[in-house]
Design a protein around this ligand. Structure first.
Ligand code: SAH
Length: 359
């Protein structure tokens, strides 16, 4: 048979049901295989012991259970944060990060190879954009990274490479698999999807059965400045996004998380404090203030080359001013900055290395 075998890893329960219907098998087989794939996470059909031998051998003929190829793991001795680089079937490199905390282990995963948004502070943007990840490639980041961890992964953030809302269908499918009690059984409350702001998707997301958290990469409350650091703002303005976020809150009653990297002289003035205070009065939210992780190793062009972190003293003063105004502020520390921790940084390093080898 020359037909390509079908990879069952990445299929939703409904898709597996369709698959088993197609091969004239009972529907409940789908549930069994769904559990084998995502609850017990087996690598072969032979391990699916509640399927008949003949069904197992039929599955071997027509289907596979693929895995991403692990290329590199970098560990931060300081924080125990670990960064994984995987190679996809087409050779593309993607990365995932495991971030331990006292009682949590958070997986930061990617949804695209590269990213088309070109945010000036982000290493992934420098790589350009190649394609969306498949559901299999999103899900398998969880399966492969958990193999290298003694503790179970408790939280998931969609904050790696790419824009989840530009890979919306696959993001939704992956969320349904992660949160299903027949699969990974991660409570939706422990899953955060982060977006740079695609308003119609924010609105649609409010109507999805998935009840997880939404984070918005804000980084400035000023339209002009935000357009400078995040070119996507020229297409979808802050106003459109804020309207969509307000709608999301009214529909779901779930508080939004705003992400805000402090950039020296760009978004760290008193005027910016005022902008955040005003915004948080309108939208029930909390704010993550994030120190800027240098992306100098990617040789950024334009504004990206000039970005600098706010000094630690001014950083603390900014946070203090927000707190004095009763905002809920969290300071996200740069866990893993010593291992190229921020978004896309390790993959760009490896790409560079392999490029220089070729030359
Ligand atoms: N496209 C989505 C998901 C990517 S996550 C989005 O924009 O939300 C993007 C987040 O990664 C940013 O909000 C920021 O929190 C973090 N990030 C990216 N580059 C960074 C850098 N150089 N320093 C610190 N944090 C960074």
């Amino acid at each position: 048979m020359t037909e390509k075998k079908i990879n069952l890893k990445g299929k939703t329960l409904e898709e597996l049901q369709e698959f088993f219907e197609l091969i004239n098998e009972d529907k409940y087989r789908a549930t069994q295989v769904f559990q084998w794939l995502y609850q017990k996470r087996v690598d072969s059909f032979d391990e699916m012991t509640n399927l008949s031998k003949s069904l197992r051998s039929q599955l071997k003929q027509i289907a596979t259970i693929e895995s991403l190829e692990l290329v590199e793991i970098q560990s931060s001795p300081k924080t125990d944060t670990r960064k994984f680089v995987f190679k996809c079937e087409d050779g593309s490199l993607i990365e995932s990060v495991l971030i331990p905390d006292q009682d949590r282990l958070t997986l930061c995963l990617s949804t695209q190879v590269g990213c088309p948004l070109d945010c000036q502070f982000c290493a992934t943007g420098q790589m350009g954009y190649k394609r969306n990840l498949t559901v299999f490639e999103i899900i398998d980041q969880f399966i492969q990274t958990s193999k290298h961890s003694e503790r179970p992964i408790t939280n998931i953030v969609y904050m790696g490479m790419g824009e989840p809302f530009l890979n919306y269908e696959n993001t939704l499918k992956s969320l349904s698999i992660f949160s299903s009690d027949l699969a990974f059984d991660i409570s939706a409350k422990k899953i955060t999807v982060s977006t740079a702001g695609i308003p119609d998707k924010i609105i649609d997301f409010a109507h999805q059965p998935f009840k997880g958290k939404l984070a918005f990469s804000l980084h400035s409350t000023d339209e002009e400045i935000r357009s400078l650091i995040m070119p996507i703002n020229k297409k979808y303005s802050l106003k459109q996004n804020i309207d969509a976020l307000e709608y999301f809150y009214k529909q779901t009653r779930r508080r939004i998380t705003f992400e805000y990297i402090l950039l020296k002289g760009i978004n760290d003035s008193d005027k910016d404090v005022h902008g955040l205070v005003k915004l948080s009065k309108r939208i029930p939210s909390k704010i993550n203030i994030i120190p800027f992780n240098s992306i100098a190793h990617t040789n950024p062009k334009g504004l990206g080359a000039e970005l600098e972190p706010t000094s630690p003293e001014e950083f603390d003063a900014f946070v203090e001013k927000l707190r004095r105004n009763n905002l809920t502020v969290f300071v996200r520390n740069t866990k893993g900055s010593d291992i190229a921790g921020a978004c896309g940084q390790l993959a760009t390093k490896i790409l560079r290395k392999s490029k220089s080898v070729k030359i």
